[in-house]
Design a binder for this molecule. Structure first.
Ligand code: OOG
Ligand code: NI
Length: 453
């Protein structure tokens, strides 16, 4: 029977495109950034036919044009739990746990994103979602005031809540409901230039931490950036000033390599925005910024440990350079210890791959997981890098901080609390490494079964 329901993949695709259109209206610089990224991606593909066909072969070329990640920050367990249900309508699940308190940001986070190969191919839209940790506010009175303000708001429209319940009861939404869902869900992420509190309250919360004011003083968790994916982040960073965009000093993450790993990111600061406060006072607030990312291969636990170790070595052996070229040169030197060809990355179990059976190549000898190298050599089996779909806590801290201006908080004494986060969320987060492991295993089994048949 043909389903009357719209697929979650389609709803997510529609939502991500509606969000992009809304953000383009809200933050014109985002539109400028999209054009720049598009132009650079086009040039990279034209100059590099091998990359072009590799991306085409791994079905990645299509998704790059629509690929975005966004970020929001919410204030309470109830808000986070309802968001989980909202994202589920779009086939997005919580993956990974990120503790930012160690970096002086009073939040912990997860990424809502699709998990299946087919869903990622269609549109890998992700939202980095942070929950404010009110318990980290030291002043009891201020903590209670913040908590009271948050209790008084509802960041979801009545209609979206009805549609979420309908989705859960029916197991899907029809076309008209799906369309309405997209519009209503968008409201949660919209910017409001009027605060719900008076200027004095805003200032008190802002003095505690700028992020606390951002979460507590508005009607909803406005989307604070929407990030396109580039194929050459160094080039985009270089060209940003020529289109009037001032990037942060350095690119976060690993250095430029022949085989890109994990995730590289850079951001620019958004302009100060005028806010009308509840007591009719006018003030300024800076929350929204722009960011670009370049994605590479996902690393295994072993690969990730090597990455973390080298990154720590780089940070210890030299303070972060103010200049990106110097920072990159230093990183590149330290990362010489990280193999930079796919064969070694695979042999040493440092990264994840997709396996594919190659049609029309006669197979010699047995077909089994133990024969993978021989089958690859014969040309019967091919491998493509599995893209990293997640985030990096150290990079995320750098992105947060570059947008927090001078009002820095050194660190919070508290430690990570995944359990507490999961309790608020109403479910456990998915372990990202386990997910990559399963996908790699499934692709290998499928490819071997095809070769054996
Ligand atoms: C999120 C910052 C983290 C990323 O790409 O690592 C992030 C935020 O500022 O809310 O978006
Ligand atoms: Ni981001």
């Amino acid at each position: 029977m043909c389903s009357v329901y719209v697929s979650s993949d389609k709803i997510r695709d529609q939502f991500s495109s509606a969000m992009s259109a809304m953000y383009q209206q809200e933050v014109p610089q985002y539109g400028t950034l999209l054009s720049l990224v598009e132009a650079v991606n086009r040039e990279v593909l034209a100059a590099n036919p091998a990359l072009n066909s590799a991306l085409q072969d791994s079905d990645e070329l299509m998704r790059i044009n629509v690929e975005r990640h966004g970020a929001i920050r919410v204030g309470s367990a109830d808000e986070l739990a309802m968001l989980r249900r909202m994202f589920a309508v779009m086939g997005m699940e919580p993956v990974g746990y990120y503790d930012l308190s160690a970096a002086g940001v009073p939040v912990h986070s997860t990424a809502f994103r699709p998990v299946a190969d087919s869903a990622l191919k269609r549109n890998p839209f992700r939202v980095f979602t942070s929950l404010l940790r009110l318990e980290l506010i030291e002043k009891v009175e201020l903590r209670e005031q913040a908590s009271k303000i948050l209790r008084g708001r509802d960041i979801f429209t009545d209609n979206v809540k009805t549609l979420i319940e309908r989705f859960e009861q029916q197991g899907g939404l029809n076309a008209a409901d799906a369309e309405q869902f997209v519009q209503e869900a968008l409201e949660t992420f919209r910017w409001h230039d009027n605060a719900t509190v008076d200027l004095a309250t805003y200032d008190r919360l802002h003095n505690e931490h700028r992020l606390i004011a951002d979460v507590v003083c508005f009607r909803g968790p406005h989307i604070n950036h929407l990030t396109p994916r580039t194929l050459d982040i160094d080039e985009v960073q270089r060209r940003m000033p020529s289109v009037g965009i001032d990037p942060k000093a350095t690119i976060e993450g690993p250095p430029r390599r022949d085989c890109p790993i994990l995730l590289r990111q850079t951001s620019f600061k958004a302009l100060e925005e005028t806010i009308a406060f509840a007591d009719a006072a006018e003030g300024k607030h800076t929350a929204r910024f722009g960011e670009i990312e370049q994605r590479g291969i996902a690393l295994t636990q072993k690969g990730r440990e090597l990455y973390d170790r080298l990154l720590a070595t780089a940070r210890e052996s030299a303070p972060k350079a103010a200049d990106n070229d110097a920072h990159q040169a230093h990183l590149a030197k330290v990362f010489k210890d990280f193999p930079d060809n796919y064969t070694t990355l695979r042999h040493e179990g440092l990264a994840f791959f997709h396996y594919h059976a190659v049609k029309g190549v006669p197979v010699q000898g047995p077909v089994s997981a133990a024969q993978v190298d021989q089958l690859i050599e014969q040309g019967a089996l091919s491998v493509t890098p599995m893209i990293y779909e997640d985030f990096l806590p150290v990079s995320a801290a750098g992105i947060f901080q570059s947008n927090l201006g001078e009002s820095r908080h050194d660190h919070y004494g508290s430690s990570a609390s995944q359990q507490q986060f999961e309790q608020a969320l109403g479910t456990t987060v998915i372990d990202e490494i386990e997910l990559y492991t399963q996908r790699q295993q499934a692709s290998l089994e499928q490819a071997l079964a095809q070769l054996a048949s």
